[in-house]
Design a protein around this ligand. Sequence first.
Ligand SMILES: [Zn+2]
Length: 157
Amino acid sequence: MYMMGAIQVKTLLMLTSQLSGYPIPTDVPLPEIKVMTDAEMAKEACDGDLLCPVIGFFQHPEDADDHKEHIGIAIEDGFDLNATAIHELTHWLQYHNWPQPHDRRCPREFLREFEAYEAGMRYSVTYQHAVPPKDGISFPGTTCPYTEKPWATYSGH
Ligand SMILES: [Zn+2]
């Protein structure tokens, strides 16, 4: 495990801000990103179960034992580290831009994942020449049902 360097974090955060449309808050320190092997991620996120499906997480400070926010991403075959970081940094930007960021009710939880997957997809298409999936993107990790326009209820987020 290592901490991603501050310059790389800042660069990825600027990209994420552009891709997601959220401004970077000026009143909070830069996030720290822990880069882990898949075994370390399994230990951290799945009680050591090596079939752990988690490749990244943003832990809200109110859910953390030390009341600090945590971002972790795993080095896994077939997954781009930067795209995973952009997904989790979108959650970080949402957290610092949304009112009541710890409100986990639907459909806002769907919106949270929708925006993060969309930013990751935009990154892959724009910078890595990925082909956008014809059938849209899926949203593993959300506990809310699919909503046609989750943002309609939340003008200005
Ligand atoms: Zn997510």
